[in-house]
Design a binder for this molecule. Structure first.
Ligand code: SAM
Length: 373
């Protein structure tokens, strides 16, 4: 049987024709020399180079973060000598890093010999969560060093990420709870800021946050609507982290901690809102379907489920979904990015009839769907 099909749609014909033209060296030569067209050709060549060099750019940013240069340069203008001292690098290495960072707008030199952050670096200085993720990414890049080997070895093989996210490893445990809970708590403000602006939690009385980690999301919600009673359900090792964290916290909301695995333990009842924040994408379809059915059963009529996570079909941010989360979750060994339609379909299958998107200001960070029983 031929590997080519002959019943092509008009769109397939158009795409094949376009690819033949774009892939032709003669066309590329013509485009790079023709007035106006060459502007488009230059833009496309730059975008192609960025895709090829992306890992190098990322590692330059990582060097700034690991050397603590982001907060250091945010606090004012610094001389090269001072930066050499601070970063602990030789002068030529420091200058090479600064110039590389300048080309990426991480830093800039507004007057000779003096350096501060650039347009891309300055917003990072206020984002501890992003910096925690940049540091964490060495695990992902270890797994991605040979991407074809990663894809070829299947998802049963232990990876750097599956050893970190122990609940996603084949042995499924909470042994890594302290490490990953700290990362989740550091990155949670980016998420809770979006959701608190988009969803009115004050309309509820009792909220259960499933997979609630050490309670960073719950404490943010409690601070915004102080009459709420909040339950946090997570693996026992993570609930121990929540106990430590909430003990230190001055918020007076009434927290109930529920240790257990949602794969085995019944979901606690008596809550009129259940939240799943950055949970579903970590799990394969069968696990998510079983969890959503249990959530549906645990809610009273009129009760709600709020699903909060990045989604695959986010306009202007498609690579965040299928490229970034697609490969990250593949390396982790569990879960996949889902479009809002796919998640909505799962919610319908679990029994929910009213399912609505909740608009967030930065959908690249997080999106949300509310489902009513
Ligand atoms: C990606 S973290 C998200 C944490 C928190 N919701 C947040 O957004 O910061 C996933 C959480 O789900 C929890 N989790 C994973 N599998 C679980 C299970 N079977 N039962 C209960 N919790 C689980 C993990 O322990 C972890 O705290």
């Amino acid at each position: 049987m031929s590997e080519f099909v002959d019943n092509l749609t008009w769109k397939s014909r158009w795409v094949l024709r376009r690819n033949a033209i774009l892939g032709s060296p003669a066309f590329q030569r013509w485009a790079s020399r023709t007035p106006f067209i060459r502007l488009i050709a230059r833009r496309r060549a730059a975008a192609q180079f960025d895709m090829i060099a992306g890992f190098v750019y990322t590692q330059i940013l990582t060097a700034f973060v690991e050397a603590e240069l982001i907060p250091y340069l945010q606090s004012g203008l610094r001389t090269v000598d001072a930066i050499v001292q601070f970063a602990g690098l030789e002068e030529d290495a420091t200058v090479r890093l600064l110039k590389a960072g300048q080309s990426l707008k991480i830093c800039e030199s507004p007057q000779p010999g003096m350096w501060t952050l650039g347009e891309a670096g300055a917003p990072l200085s206020a984002n501890k969560g992003a910096m925690a993720m940049i540091r964490h990414h060495h695990l992902l890049y270890t797994d991605l060093a040979r991407p074809l080997a990663l894809l070829g070895q299947g998802r049963q093989t232990e990876t750097a990420l599956s050893a970190y996210w122990t609940y996603a490893s084949k042995t499924e445990s909470d042994a890594g709870a302290e490490g990953y809970s700290a990362l989740m708590a550091a990155t949670q403000p980016m998420v809770s800021e979006q959701i608190l602006d988009a969803y009115d939690f004050a309309q509820h009385r009792r909220i259960l946050d499933i997979g609630g980690g050490s309670g960073a999301f719950s404490t943010a919600v409690a601070a915004s609507a102080c009459q709420l009673k909040i339950g946090i359900f997570d693996l026992p090792g993570v609930i121990a982290e929540a106990e430590k964290r909430l003990g230190r916290d001055s918020i007076s909301a009434d927290f109930t901690l529920h240790p257990g695995s949602f794969k085995e333990t019944p979901i606690p009842q008596g809550y009129d809102l259940i939240t799943l924040v950055r949970i579903l994408h970590d799990h394969d379809d069968a696990v998510c379907s079983a969890l959503l059915s249990k959530v549906y059963a645990a809610l009273p009529y009129g009760g709600r489920l709020l699903v909060v996570e990045p989604m695959a079909d986010t306009p202007t941010a498609q690579p965040m979904g299928e490229a970034y989360f697609g490969m990250y979750l593949w390396a982790m060994g569990s879960g996949r990015p889902r479009s809002s339609q796919e998640t909505s379909a799962m919610l319908r299958n679990a029994g929910f009839t009213t399912i609505k998107p909740v608009k967030t200001a930065l959908p690249i960070i997080t999106r949300a769907i509310v489902a009513i029983k």
